[in-house]
Design a protein around this ligand. Structure first.
Ligand code: CMC
Length: 378
């Protein structure tokens, strides 16, 4: 058997052949099915982008309307799921609540008919429709309120903000939120997508695939970084503290949250779009002093770490956008999941098309031929 060099974090090792998205990390380009992210952010909607990712082509207006109708009609969640969520501790992290609830969907819908396109479509629709409802329901229930029903007249993003805040959102806020979902929908072989593909390769049900990906997304080195960015900006407190904060991190060899990326060696194109969205929100709804701190951080980090290719990633400005939309910090990562479910499902479907179970190897560096020591002699 060929012995390959061990690469921690599988750095540079292809784990799949995929036509869903592409990143050019040197040029700062991200494409979904060949279309640049900037163009999708300007012209598309999240549901249209999800369709593109999952079925490979932009939908016709008839196909899009049918998909939107199906998603809208599946937004409600069963009262058993609501009852289960009511029993979750209020102090629990919403990502844990989401992981458990996504897995619980499998109890209701698992038939595992993976060769049937109708089963695939149903699962796609249910997961895209129900995940935002579950995130909003947990937010209301942990504050002692009942979850509210989806709003029949609001689109996907407007309805999520409505279910979260119990009021119809401003149209600009809803559109900006929808663009955030487009930006977070897919990103090649990141950790949670890899996790989704590994789980998919066992031919388990799609609810288990999404639950495993949600669990992976929650870590601070992945989706959890956007929460930590906001906490970091609050800790820094004012523009004058930025330079000493960064110098201290560098001295302690601590990672600065929201910077650096395995693939991008320039500023993440999504960070550029999010920065622009943050500015639009501040123009309409008032400035946020943490934005000035963020801009100064970007300047100082570029001065100190630009030579290593460390620039803002997608998580750096997204938290400021969500803050301005009135979203609590610990919902930032669940919102990432609402978007990324489109990418996970696209990879689930692609994995099933040419499936082989993931079973990598390892480089064993342990002992051999060790004899068993009886417990009283240890
Ligand atoms: N702050 C300071 N130095 C950094 C940072 C950072 N944020 N990121 C990387 N470096 C340095 C690192 O110290 C190392 O330097 P040296 O070669 O001198 O030892 C070099 O850059 C390479 O770093 P690495 O940790 O080997 O890079 P990686 O590809 O394994 O990790 C990363 C990528 C995103 C996990 C890392 O950059 C990081 O921890 N960033 C902070 C957390 C963060 O913002 N995560 C969100 C990632 S983007 C969205 C997502 O995937 O969910």
């Amino acid at each position: 058997m060929m012995v390959c060099e061990y690469k921690p974090g599988l750095d540079g090792i292809p784990a799949a052949q995929s036509s869903i998205s592409n990143v050019d990390g040197q040029k700062g380009i991200l494409e979904y099915r060949g279309i640049r992210i900037e163009e999708l952010a300007e012209k598309s909607t999240f549901l249209e982008t999800a369709y593109l990712l999952i079925w490979g082509e932009l939908p016709t207006s008839k196909e899009l309307a049918a998909f939107e109708d199906e998603v809208h009609s599946h937004r409600r969640i069963k009262y058993h799921i609501c009852d289960m969520m009511k029993c979750f501790p209020e102090s629990g992290h919403p990502m844990d609540a989401l992981q458990a609830s996504a897995a619980a969907l499998g109890l209701f819908y698992s038939r595992r008919d993976l060769n049937n396109p109708a089963y695939i479509r149903d699962a796609v629709v249910r997961l895209i429709a129900k995940i935002p409802t579950m995130v909003a329901a947990f937010q209301l229930m942990r504050n002692g309120n009942d979850a509210i029903r989806p709003h029949a007249d609001l689109d996907y993003s407007g309805n999520f903000l409505y279910m979260l805040n119990e009021k119809v959102p401003d149209p600009l806020a809803a559109r900006i939120f929808d663009i955030c979902l487009i930006l977070h929908a897919e990103h090649t072989m990141n950790a949670s997508t890899f996790s989704a593909r590994v789980t998919a390769s066992t031919l388990t049900d799609p609810y288990a695939v999404v639950a495993s990906a949600v669990g992976t997304l929650g870590g601070p080195l992945h989706g959890g970084a956007n929460e930590e960015v906001v906490e970091m900006l609050e800790d820094i407190g004012c523009v004058e503290n930025v330079r000493p904060y960064i110098e201290d991190c560098l001295e302690r060899k601590a990672k600065i949250m929201g910077f650096g990326h395995r693939v991008y060696k320039v500023k993440d194109p999504r960070a550029t779009i999010l920065q622009n969205l943050a500015e639009q929100l501040f123009t309409k709804f008032g400035h946020d002093k943490y934005y000035d701190i963020a801009v100064e951080m970007e300047r100082v980090v570029q001065e100190k770490l630009g030579h290593k290719g460390i620039y803002p990633n997608v998580d750096f400005y997204s938290g400021l956008v969500y803050r301005k939309l009135g979203i609590p910090t610990d919902l930032f990562t669940p919102i990432f999941a609402i978007a990324r479910v489109a990418g996970w499902l696209a990879h689930w479907k692609e994995q099933l098309e040419e499936n082989r179970i993931f079973r990598p190897t390892q480089v064993y560096d342990g002992k051999h031929d060790v004899s068993y020591t009886p417990i009283d002699q240890r």
